[in-house]
Write a protein that binds this ligand. Sequence first.
Ligand SMILES: [Zn+2]
Length: 407
Amino acid sequence: MRLAPLLSACALLAACTPEVGPELTVEENLATPAETGKGGGTALSVDPTVQPNATGIGYNGGPVMLGTPDVYYIWYGNWSGNSATTILPDFMANLGGSPYFLINTTYYDSAGRHVTGSVNYAGAVSDNYSQGKALSDARVQAIVSRAITSGALPSNANAVYFVLTSSDVTLSGFCNGFCGWHTHATIGGRDIKYSFVGNPEQCPRSCAPYANPGPNGNTGADGMASILAHELEETVTDPDLNAWTDSAGENADKCAWKFGTTYAASNGGTANMRLGARDYLIQQNLDASNGKCETKLPGTPPPPPPPSDGPKVTVLGPSAGTIIHAGGPLDITASVTDPVAVSSVTVSWVAPSGTTQFTTTKNAAGNWELTTTLSTSAQAGTRSFTVTARDANNKTATSPSVTLTVQ
Ligand SMILES: [Zn+2]
């Protein structure tokens, strides 16, 4: 889909079709201002030279990653004080098994064994510029090799090693040809899958164009979450660059920079999914069972409503026009729904001689009971009340006014 950028990346790197050799690096995932998610009709085209199928992507017969792949992070450069080191481990710990990542279960190998959609975040190490600040593809591999051969990280062929570079680290092509890539190499006698993901703070317009402000308040990390998801789903379905790929790229390439339905996260940033306790804006992935770009596997549960929805308050009783009496009880029942915890429910009812105090309890049905006893001197006439709820995100909602008759 990213026609001009991809072609230029191919010309520059001569590394776009997996048929040319096993050491090829798949480089992709560039967003430029010219391709802000408006994908053309060619996104699902299939290269006629590979095995055609109805999935929107060609399969070349190679392996997929089975079982539960491990994911390791290598924090390269200076990440001191950066909330990315909290956000991105949390992201990966909640990605496996999510309705989003289960889209990868539509991919399988030549024996019919499917990708499970499980992922295990297995830990991280830091690398303090062992290869300098100006990286090459070979130096990225050296970073991975050093982490494994030093024993800092285990040698694991069913894992993906992510080299995450701080915003002061450069790599030829990053920001103007790609935002991340994945490949594989023999390291220590094993077929090691690894990926480069740079910090888009270096080029937010190219690599985090929708993440400002990101839903987690960190433009670089919010952009990296989407690129990490993209590279990981390509790696589990095409680890050796000879499985699910064709001339238009791998699975995530077909849906690059498409986000589907979005919502406003609690900080105002744009998001399209919630994983664990955080919201993210993650590019869609290709469902090989129907050839469509999706945010979640069809049939999986809908995501919980976003916290920005706030409370919804409905007064269940008393109904308008109900007659109440001076010196008698006033019992109000209200239903409050909220995707996050409700912190308070209050009644606005102004008595002739000051504010009336209500006792608030939650009943067995989960509704809120707000009770008081009217003053014996309550004046006859009509009087109105509203119920206001406040939640853990400090969002409030107030019911429509209900008018009662005091006799
Ligand atoms: Zn890609």
